[in-house]
Design a protein around this ligand. Structure first.
Ligand SMILES: Nc1ncnc2c1ncn2[C@@H]1O[C@H](COP(=O)(O)OP(=O)(O)OP(=O)(O)O)[C@@H](O)[C@H]1O
Ligand SMILES: [Mg+2]
Length: 350
């Protein structure tokens, strides 16, 4: 059986999720009993007896105890602190706030990838931007800000549930090329679990992915924003230190119109447009060699005109081989020739 010191050390690793301090530090562990048959019992003195997180804390504590050799049962009895104890604990927690996780993060360029409407290839372009820069040796990350429709993990073949909490915060999942990825899909256990959250919760989640993830040092962090100019997208763009946005569109009339809407929104927010990607712009027939504009003629010239100045722009073809790689989670093997010239212009790396 472990002795009291070992048990207290194990409980010292269990954090109060609100006060961000260990149960032991907060004086919440009382009346510890270690029975020779392998049972451990203690009283968890709560700051508020009806604390909604009490089961969660108790479960964390039980788990920490049950991994100790010789322990086969762990019982947590709920107790309460006196009002004096409670004020003392809250005072201590407030007096010495933990260093904010983002003090460890140094993100040189935060770049948003936006589209007016869905399904135009925004996530694919986000992934391709990251892949192109990672291949050139830059340190890159992707924050999948499409909380309710996350698709970045699938493009990289990352299984659900891969995010880990470290001592200092949430740790991103790392792809084969070394790209750091954080997505709501990596939090849930099954890929098809629907994430049903509303506007304020969504922008809160994105903010937490920015604040509470240990991104470390990055040259570029890409934000794959939800489609459209919704509230959630707006709030995020306003709150984070975004360097600029890459707009993604397709040649459809409606798509060009919504891009102009997105441009107007960015102008209002004083965020510069770094470049425009016209995706699925044409199809290069491998048999006859000629190019077909499946979704209609390009609107790039029009978009450039609306911007009032020349913007770096690129037309990406419809490439069935690309869809196949994306579907197989192998986007890191994909390449668009035209993209290699475009990325340095947008990211000012040339
Ligand atoms: N240039 C391309 N050639 C072939 N297939 C493509 C191309 N661009 C994107 N696709 C495919 O089109 C589909 C939609 O792309 P993607 O998920 O990147 O769009 P999105 O704008 O992020 O969508 P959503 O609005 O749902 O987030 C995917 O199946 C993707 O593989
Ligand atoms: Mg997407």
């Amino acid at each position: 059986m472990p002795d009291e010191k070992v048990v207290m050390e194990a409980l010292n690793r269990v954090m109060d999720p609100e006060l961000h301090r260990s149960l032991v530090d907060l004086g919440m562990v009382r009346d510890l009993k270690i029975e020779p048959q392998g049972k451990i019992t203690f009283t968890l003195a709560l700051t508020i007896p009806s604390c909604p997180l009490r089961e969660h804390i108790a479960e964390d504590a039980r788990r920490a105890l049950l991994v100790l050799p010789g322990v086969n049962e762990a019982e947590v009895v709920f107790g309460a602190m006196t009002p004096e104890e409670r004020s003392a604990v809250l005072r201590t927690a407030a007096a010495a706030p933990l260093p904010k996780i983002n003090q460890f993060n140094k993100v040189k360029h935060l770049v948003a990838v936006m589209s007016g409407k869905g399904g135009v290839g925004k996530s694919s372009v986000t992934a391709l931007l990251a892949v192109t820069l990672a291949r050139q040796g830059y340190k890159v990350g992707i924050l999948d800000a499409d909380i309710t429709g996350p698709s970045i993990p699938k493009l990289f073949g990352l299984p659900p549930g891969g995010l880990r909490g470290g001592e200092q915060g949430m740790l991103p999942v790392i792809t084969r090329l070394g790209i750091k990825v954080v997505s709501a899909n990596l939090l849930v256990k099954a890929e098809d679990t629907a994430v049903i959250w509303r506007g304020p919760v969504i922008s809160g989640a994105i903010q937490r992915f920015w604040n509470d993830v240990l991104w470390g040092k990055l040259d570029y962090l890409f934000l794959d924003l939800p489609p459209g100019t919704s509230d959630a997208a707006l709030t995020v763009v306003q709150r984070l230190p975004i360097m600029g946005a890459v707009l993604v569109t397709t040649p459809q009339d409606l798509s060009a119109l919504v891009v102009r809407k997105a441009m107007a929104m960015l102008a209002q927010l004083n965020i510069s447009i770094l470049g425009v990607v016209e995706n699925m712009s044409f199809f290069q027939c491998t048999d006859c060699g000629s190019s077909h504009e499946i979704f209609g003629p390009s609107h790039l010239a029009e978009i450039q005109e609306a911007a009032g100045h020349e913007l770096p722009a690129v037309r990406l073809p419809i490439l069935p081989a690309f869809t196949a790689l994306a579907d197989a989670g192998k986007i890191e093997e994909a390449a668009f020739e035209a993209f290699d010239a475009f990325v340095p212009l947008v990211m000012c790396t040339s």
